[in-house]
Write a protein that binds this ligand. Structure first.
Ligand code: SF4
Length: 68
């Protein structure tokens, strides 16, 4: 039987959303709903792929969190 595919986003280890979550600054729902599923709807992911600048405090749905 084949192992299940790894669905973690390829940017996970270098993504600030991961760091902020580990520091307790963001709820885990972002990494659960986006990063750990390699969710193609992630706006950060889409912009990263296109080489478009996006600030560290932009969440996966594209909103800016000024508290970060
Ligand atoms: S926030 Fe987006 S780009 Fe960053 S690791 Fe999660 S899914 Fe990937």
């Amino acid at each position: 039987m084949r192992k299940p595919k790894n669905h973690i986003c390829k940017w996970y280890n270098v993504c600030p959303i991961n760091w902020f979550t580990k520091e307790g600054k963001l709820p885990k729902k972002w990494i659960e709903e986006y990063c750990l599923q390699a969710n193609p709807k992630c706006v950060r992911y889409q912009m990263e792929e296109k080489g478009i600048f996006h600030p560290d405090n932009m969440l996966p749905d594209g909103t800016i969190d000024p508290s970060l």
